[in-house]
Design a protein around this ligand. Structure first.
Ligand code: AR6
Length: 176
């Protein structure tokens, strides 16, 4: 199967997506927050936070560009992969590489946990203010490169919550 056929775009709420794993745009504390992080913890219930706290007690949170995995609680997914994207700071602070690492490490953790279907929100494109067009290009190229190498992932869904992200992804996917 061509890697392009494994990439899907969805307009909506990631907490409603059925997949082996959904990815959360978390922060280094792993203790929850606003945006998609708040939505995932609200909809998934306290089991997710309890596991985040256990991970935090063990390893002291999650660094920018890294990822950890927990149960998905009540969500229609098996796991939540929590990754921490960079705060956009003008682009000269390694933000692009860190965002790439957030996608890559999420996918690596997915493979390690036998995840075959995974859904991503636009990491860093809300509260962290990463420019949406740049972020989408990084998301798509990192996922594409990964899928070309690693055949065990069957489907990657990009979940665009807002109309701007949706149309950016739509354009990029046409050019894939
Ligand atoms: N489903 C899918 N995407 C969503 C949803 C949803 N339910 N809700 C928001 N988005 P953000 P960040 C989109 O701000 O920029 C938190 O407080 C949103 O439109 O959630 O990485 C964390 O704890 C945007 O495109 O995450 C961190 O402190 C994208 O998700 C901080 O925000 C990411 O927006 C992380 O900031």
């Amino acid at each position: 199967m061509n890697y392009k056929d494994k990439i899907v775009l969805l307009h909506g709420d990631i907490t409603k997506v059925s997949a082996d794993a959904i990815v959360n745009a978390a922060n280094t504390s792993l203790l929850g927050g606003g945006g998609v992080d708040g939505a995932i913890h609200r909809a998934g219930g306290k089991e997710i936070l309890e596991e985040c706290i256990r991970i935090r007690n063990r390893q002291g949170g999650c660094a920018v560009g890294e990822a950890v995995i927990t149960t998905a609680g009540r969500l229609p997914a098996r796991y939540v992969i929590h990754t921490v994207g960079p705060v956009w700071n003008g682009g000269g602070k390694g933000e692009e590489t860190l965002l790439q690492r957030a996608y890559h490490n999420s996918l690596r953790l997915a493979v390690e946990n036998e995840v075959k279907t995974i859904a991503f929100p636009g990491i860093s494109t809300g509260i962290y203010h990463f420019p949406k067009d740049k972020a989408a290009a990084i998301a798509l190229s990192t996922v594409s490169d990964f899928l070309k190498q690693e055949k065990s992932i069957e489907k990657v869904t990009f979940v665009a919550f807002d109309a701007i992200n949706h149309s950016i992804y739509e354009q990029l996917l046409l050019a894939l």
